[in-house]
Design a protein around this ligand. Sequence first.
Ligand code: IPE
Ligand code: IPE
Ligand code: MG
Length: 252
Amino acid sequence: MQELEQQIDKERLPLHVGVIMDGNGRWAKGQGKPRVFGHHSAVESVRATVEACAELGVKYLTLYAFSTENWDRPQMEVGALMQLLVDTIGSEMKMMLDNGIRLATIGDTDGLPSATREALAFGIEQTSGGEGMTLILALNYSGKWDIARATRQLAREVAAGRLDPDSLDEAALGSRLSTHAYPDPELIIRTSGEHRLSNFFLWQAAYAEFYFSPVFWPDFRKPDLYAAVVDFQQRERRFGKTSEQLKQATNP
Ligand code: IPE
Ligand code: IPE
Ligand code: MG
């Protein structure tokens, strides 16, 4: 663990890391336990990941915690996840304050149960002075929802005569997304061996580096996060250019 962490170049950290936390149900099933046991065990992984990112100096960490599609799960599981959010904000408050974390959310939080909304509002308020990492919980979130909502906002502005349709460009749409205040994710991690976005940051992931871990989320710990960052730092991010161009720019 020590070794992996030491391989990380602190000057070249991903500014924003997104995590698609997946595999809780399969992890629990593998132990003959109910799915919600996996969700409860996952709190440990959330803590380890948040701490590891904050300690490294990552500025933004987004955790995909509940998608717009997750409402289709059994009602009992949805209820357990919503209650777990309430409990976790309470149990992790000290950890967030100790690490200078500022809590934020993206997604249609108006659609969450009132107890969850209240716990989130409390967490956001209590941590508002955090000057370290911003921890963004994606809740009742989906990339399509985000883009549709931004488009609705643009349409309203055009209809009101405040926006010229011809001035509508990528920056205009980007600035109406729920992530407008944050840089795009540079590294997106997905656990449990699945290789898909599942409606996460569709727009924002345009140039993200992807890291897929076979580990089920409840087993994910600091060394797994370090491994993802080390891998990220070994990639050549070309942004459409050639490798030669990049080398010229760094060695003029
Ligand atoms: C991730 O684990 C948690 C959420 C999506 C809320 P899953 O519950 O999706 O676990 P698997 O994929 O069924 O194993
Ligand atoms: C993605 O995981 C959503 C979250 C991690 C919140 P899912 O388990 O819901 O994704 P699918 O259904 O396997 O694509
Ligand atoms: Mg899953």
